[in-house]
Design a protein around this ligand. Structure first.
Ligand SMILES: Nc1ncnc2c1ncn2[C@@H]1O[C@H](COP(=O)(O)OP(=O)(O)OP(=O)(O)O)[C@@H](O)[C@H]1O
Ligand SMILES: [Mg+2]
Length: 238
C-alpha cells in the first residue's frame, strides 16, 4: 500500500456500512447505511448514544471486524480494506491505524515497555522499535515506569501506555474508542491534551465519545443515530 495519499481522496472512509449482529435466531441491525470520511490531518469525533453502534463502526474502520456481505466498504487511501489479502489487512491493522480503547487492553503480565512494543513484535527492526517505544513513553512522562506492570499504574498512566503502543508503528490514523471514558475529568483532560499534541504533529484521529464537551475538541463532529451517520453536526445548535 502506498504511503502517499492521493490528492482529494479521503484518508479513511466508511461507505454505506451495514452491520448486523445475530443473537440466537434474532438479527440485530446496528449499522444501517453509515457513511463518513476522514481527511488527512483531520480529527473527527463520532458522537452517539450508548448502543448506537459507535464501537462497531470503529472496529470496522480499524479492520477488526467486517461489514455484512454487500454491506458497504471501508476505504483507506481509496482502497477497499475487505478485498486486501490477509497479509495486507494485517499490515493495515498493525501499521496504518492505531487503536485505543476505553479499558486500555494492556497485557497484565507484560511491563510498560513490553506492552508498548507489542505491535512491533510482528514487524521488523526490533532495535528501532525499542528506541521508538522509549521515546514515546518518555514524551508521555513514563520514563520512570518502563519496568512496571499495568496493575501498578493509574488509569491515566495505563491509557498513556495504550496510546504509546498505538503510535509505535507511526500510524497515520488513530482510532480511539472513548479514550477518557474510564478516567476522572482531570486525568481525561491530560489524555486529551496528549491527543491534541499528536494531532497538531499531523496525526489524523477518529475519536468515539458520548460526551459533547469532548467531541468539541475535534475539527468535525458526526453523530451516529438509528444506524446512520448524520454529518457535520453543529454542536452549538443542538
Ligand atoms: N459482538 C456482538 N454481538 C452481538 N451484539 C453486539 C455485539 N457487539 C455489539 N452488539 C450490539 O450492537 C449494538 C451497538 O453496540 P456498540 O458497542 O457498537 O455501541 P456503542 O455505541 O459503542 O455503545 P457504548 O456507548 O455503550 O459503548 C448494541 O445493541 C450491542 O448490544
Ligand atoms: Mg462503545
Amino acid at each position: 500500500m502506498s504511503d502517499q495519499g492521493k490528492v482529494g481522496v479521503p484518508l479513511l472512509e466508511a461507505v454505506d456500512l451495514h452491520k448486523t449482529y445475530r443473537m440466537g435466531s434474532v438479527d440485530v441491525p446496528v449499522l444501517q447505511g453509515s457513511s463518513m470520511k476522514l481527511d488527512p490531518g483531520e480529527w473527527v469525533a463520532v458522537l452517539g448514544a450508548s448502543g448506537s453502534g459507535k464501537s462497531t463502526l470503529l472496529h470496522l474502520l480499524g479492520g477488526l471486524d467486517t461489514p455484512d456481505p454487500k454491506g458497504g466498504e471501508v476505504m483507506y487511501k481509496g482502497r477497499t480494506i475487505s478485498t486486501l489479502t490477509r497479509g495486507a489487512r494485517n499490515r493495515y491493522r498493525n501499521r496504518e491505524v492505531g487503536l485505543v480503547f476505553q479499558f486500555y487492553h494492556l497485557l497484565p503480565e507484560l511491563n510498560v515497555l513490553e506492552n508498548t512494543l507489542l505491535p512491533g513484535l510482528v514487524g521488523s527492526g526490533i532495535r528501532a522499535d525499542r528506541d521508538r517505544a522509549r521515546e514515546l513513553l518518555s514524551t508521555f512522562g513514563l520514563d520512570h515506569r518502563l519496568t512496571h506492570r499495568p496493575r501498578e499504574l493509574s488509569g491515566g498512566e495505563r491509557q498513556r501506555v495504550a496510546i504509546a503502543r498505538a503510535l509505535l508503528n507511526k500510524p497515520e490514523v488513530l482510532l480511539a474508542d472513548e479514550p477518557t471514558g474510564n478516567l476522572d475529568e482531570d486525568t481525561g483532560s491530560e489524555i486529551l491534551e496528549l491527543l491534541k499534541k499528536e494531532h497538531q504533529a499531523g496525526l489524523s484521529i477518529v475519536m468515539v465519545t458520548h460526551d459533547r464537551a469532548i467531541a468539541e475538541l475535534a475539527d468535525r463532529v458526526v453523530v451516529l443515530h438509528h444506524g446512520r451517520v448524520d454529518q457535520d453536526q453543529s454542536l452549538s445548535i443542538q
